[in-house]
Design a protein around this ligand. Structure first.
Ligand code: 5GP
Length: 113
């Protein structure tokens, strides 16, 4: 089912876009949890990690290549950053369109708060 992220892909609602190619879009999180908080999403609608199929292997690789490029563009690649994907309720997932969070700009702290 389409989510708010599909509306961002289709430019039906605004977002602060930092990266785009034919398969991947990245934009600033509306409620940042770090000085830099970017969401990296596939343009294909995949609800959760559980819904990734073998035909998505290349797409997932494209997403990681995008993450590395975004980190370099934002100048956080050397200091480092954290990449998180939440899955379903125990993982704390709120938007059911696969996404990677990039958190950066300061030490991100312990893995689990
Ligand atoms: P999740 O909890 O599903 O892993 O993360 C969803 C993220 O999407 C949250 O960090 C939330 O702040 C962000 N978010 C929700 N709605 C919007 C929106 O309309 N625009 C943007 N830029 N981020 C959103």
């Amino acid at each position: 089912m389409a989510t708010i992220f599909t509306k961002i892909i289709n430019r039906e609602i605004p977002a602060n876009i930092v990266f785009e190619n034919d398969k991947v879009l990245a934009f600033k999180d509306i409620n940042p949890q770090a000085p830099i908080h970017i969401l990296v999403i596939p343009k294909k609608e995949i609800p959760t990690i559980n819904d990734i199929s073998s035909e998505d292997k290349e797409l997932i690789g494209e997403m990681y290549l995008a993450i590395a490029e975004i980190a370099k563009n934002l100048g956080v690649d050397k200091d480092g950053y954290r990449v998180i994907t939440n899955c379903n309720s125990f993982g704390g997932q709120e938007v059911f369109h696969l996404h990677f969070h990039i958190l950066a700009g300061e030490p991100i702290g312990p893995m689990r708060a």
